[in-house]
Design a binder for this molecule. Structure first.
Ligand code: ATP
Ligand code: MG
Length: 153
C-alpha cells in the first residue's frame, strides 16, 4: 500500500491521472471515503487520464454513469443501495465482464459482491481543510508488474 497526501482538488485529480496510466480494461477501482472526501475528484482524474471529455459527477441518483474515452468507464455510486439485488439490477456483474474500466464509489457494504482483484483507493481527511490522505493498494495478481515505481507519483 502507498500513502499520498493531497492538499487540493487539483492534486487529487493529478493522483487519479497518474494512477490511470497503470490501469487497463477490466480493472476495478474501489473508491472509499466519507461524503465529500474526494472520491469523485479522484475519479475525474482517472477519466482525464483516459481522455474523457464529458463531465464526471457522482452518479448518486443515476447509480451509474458511463463515459467514453480511450476506454469506456463505468462509474458506479452505491451510496443509495442497500441490497445485493439492487446492485445486480444495475447490471454490475455484466459491466465487470465488459471491456472497460469500472470505478465504484461507496463499495463497502457490498464487499461480498465486489471482485476479488481490485485497486483500493481510500481517502480520509487530513489536518488542514483541503488536506486529504489517499491510500492506494493493489489487490490481486492481475496487477503484478504494474505497480513498480507507483510510489513515485
Ligand atoms: N485535497 C482535496 N482533494 C479532493 N477534494 C478536495 C480537496 N480539498 C477540498 N476538496 C473538495 O472536497 C470536495 C470533494 O467532493 P467529491 O464530490 O469528490 O467527494 P466524494 O467523496 O465523491 O463525495 P460523495 O460521497 O458525496 O460522492 C470537493 O468540493 C472538493 O473541491
Ligand atoms: Mg462522489
Amino acid at each position: 500500500m502507498t500513502v499520498y497526501s493531497s492538499t487540493s482538488p487539483e492534486a487529487t485529480r493529478a493522483l487519479g491521472r497518474n494512477l490511470s496510466q497503470r490501469l487497463a480494461a477490466g480493472d476495478v477501482v474501489l473508491l472509499q471515503g466519507d461524503l465529500g472526501a474526494g472520491k469523485t475528484e479522484f475519479a475525474k482524474g482517472i477519466a482525464e487520464g483516459f481522455k474523457v471529455t464529458e463531465r464526471v459527477t457522482s452518479p448518486t441518483f443515476a447509480l451509474l454513469n458511463i463515459y467514453q474515452g480511450i476506454l469506456p468507464i463505468y462509474h458506479f455510486d452505491l451510496y443509495r443501495l442497500n441490497r445485493a439485488e439492487e446492485l445486480y439490477s444495475t447490471g454490475f456483474d455484466e459491466f465487470l465482464e465488459a471491456p472497460g474500466l469500472t470505478l465504484v464509489e461507496w463499495p463497502d457494504i457490498f464487499s461480498a459482491e465486489m471482485p476479488e482483484q481490485y485497486v483500493r483507493v481510500k481517502i480520509t481527511n487530513g489536518v488542514q481543510l483541503t488536506e486529504r490522505i489517499i491510500e492506494i493498494e493493489w489487490i490481486g495478481s492481475r496487477f503484478a508488474g504494474r505497480t513498480e515505481g507507483s510510489e513515485m507519483f
